[in-house]
Design a protein around this ligand. Structure first.
Ligand SMILES: Nc1ncnc2c1ncn2[C@@H]1O[C@H](COP(=O)(O)OP(=O)(O)OP(=O)(O)O)[C@@H](O)[C@H]1O
Ligand SMILES: [Mg+2]
Length: 232
């Protein structure tokens, strides 16, 4: 479902940073892979490449059989809109929109009516325990609540691929466990392929394999690749 072939990503011109250095790995459909490694090791860079928001300096990124290099901006936008839920490290919520409007947006962009979209968004916000914050803007809620709005927005259209950058990073342990349980439900219902950046071994234990990075290189990939559909 996701394949990186000898992917490198360099930043800068004078002082070059090798954010990723010949990274090779594959994630099967329905598989859940935790991405772990120290700060600056290239974790977020991988997610940005897989969703086509960034391009590798060398190598190929293939999602659902398509080499992203072959897609123009419109095609990439469509791919994200239809297939890839993203939970960014910085959330990327729209500041002028309320929680329910933020969460409705992916459905609206996929053509649902405002009424239907808000009905579903309200139910999803209930599921992340934000039923009482539907009309609050992102700057009117706490950091953990913002994170839960971002999670609700990523899950709302039941994407076949979910990219999550520390989805439980700002949450207390009980809210974090609820979010992990929600991701488990999504996986069970829809066989979602997940790439989840985390510093938390407990969160990683919800995944089938762990990809370990250091200085932009893969230093470990634990667990055997599971056949499609047999993710735990
Ligand atoms: N736009 C950029 N310009 C220059 N260097 C960058 C840029 N984005 C990332 N880098 C560098 O690339 C490396 C990898 O960054 P990345 O954001 O992938 O790290 P990370 O593993 O997600 O770290 P963290 O755990 O702190 O989020 C870092 O050394 C970072 O400084
Ligand atoms: Mg990061």
């Amino acid at each position: 479902m996701i394949r990186l072939e000898k992917v490198s990503r360099d930043y800068g011109e004078n002082k070059v940073v090798h954010a990723l250095d010949h990274v090779d790995f594959e994630v099967s459909r329905g598989e859940r892979v935790a991405v772990m490694g120290p700060s600056g090791s290239g974790k977020s860079t991988i997610l940005n490449l897989v969703c086509g928001l960034d391009d590798p300096t060398a190598g190929k990124v293939i999602v659902d059989g398509v080499n992203l290099a072959a897609l123009d901006d419109d095609a990439r936008t469509r791919l994200r809109r239809e297939k890839i839920g993203m939970i960014f490290q910085t959330f990327n919520l729209l500041p002028t929109m309320s929680a329910i409007e933020n969460v409705s947006l992916p459905l609206r962009l996929n053509g649902l009516s405002k009424k239907e979209a808000e009905l579903r968004a309200g139910a999803m916000l209930e599921r992340v325990r934000l039923g009482s914050r539907l009309d609050h803007r992102p700057d009117e809620v706490s950091g953990g609540e913002r994170q839960r709005i971002a999670i609700a927005r990523a899950l709302i259209f039941s994407p076949p691929v979910l990219l999550a950058d520390e989805p439980t990073g700002n949450l207390d342990s009980s809210t974090g466990e609820e979010i992990l349980a929600l991701l488990d439900d999504l996986h069970r219902e829809l066989n979602t392929t997940m790439l989840m950046v985390t510093h938390n071994e407990e969160a990683a234990a919800h995944c089938d394999r762990i990809l370990r990075l250091r200085d932009g290189r893969v230093v470990g990939l634990t667990g055997a690749a599971l056949p499609a559909g047999e993710g735990r």
